[in-house]
Design a protein around this ligand. Structure first.
Ligand code: ADP
Length: 191
């Protein structure tokens, strides 16, 4: 299965992804994690990304697309993958579609984890991460609303979007995520 999980910062994507990769037995491709690892390792890509990340802005499409393509070409992604944090802009989504199409593949389904803004802020205040400063966090939410939310329409038009209520316990949410993947399996068989 090739699945994308989309949600605003603080929606709980990480928790759901961990459970979903165990269920589907596919690699978890988190671009946030890839970038943080590159920053820690001090690679040229990490250096280029760090300023944008600290500011709560997206890193340039060209930078992240290069990293994702390299990762998707690894053998463990052949049977499927769970993309977390990518695509985040319309150009990224189009590049991904092109890339998969050239390999006679496509995305099986996209899960949107929907959480209201006041709940996101409440959760952010309860955890601690360098880019969780309240002003920066608002910028990350704004970048989600401006640059990433249009993707929901893009995948909706392709009939691939499942919108899931991201409120409740991690178990409640996971059972919704699981039924969405089962719908993808039924709706997009043979790929
Ligand atoms: P979030 O909690 O906002 O979902 P992530 O861990 O996914 O955070 O990403 C952290 C940061 O890494 C983002 O704020 C952004 O600067 C950068 N980033 C991650 N994925 C992408 C992407 N696909 N395109 C551009 N920037 C990205």
């Amino acid at each position: 299965m090739r699945i994308i999980l989309i949600g605003p910062p603080g929606a709980g994507k990480g928790t759901q992804c961990q459970r979903l990769v165990e269920l589907l037995r596919v690699p978890h491709l988190s671009t946030g994690e890839m970038l943080r690892a590159a920053v820690r390792a001090g690679t040229p890509e990490g250096l280029e990304a760090s300023w944008s990340m600290e500011q709560g802005q997206l890193v340039p499409d060209s930078l992240i697309v290069g990293m994702v393509i390299r990762r998707l070409e690894a053998g463990d992604c052949r049977a499927g993958f769970l993309l977390d944090g990518f695509p985040r802009t319309l150009p990224q989504a189009e590049i991904l579609d092109d890339l998969l199409e050239r390999r006679a593949m496509s995305v099986d389904g996209v899960i949107e984890l929907a959480v209201p803004r006041d709940e996101l802020v409440r959760r952010m205040l309860a955890r601690k991460r360098a880019d969780d400063d309240p002003a920066i966090f608002s910028r990350r939410i704004a970048s989600f609303e401006e640059q990433t939310a249009p993707l929901l329409e893009y995948y909706g038009r392709q009939g691939k979007l499942a919108c899931i209520d991201g409120l409740g316990t991690a178990d409640d949410i996971f059972s919704r995520v699981k039924s969405a993947t089962q719908r993808f399996e039924r709706g997009f068989t043979g790929r």
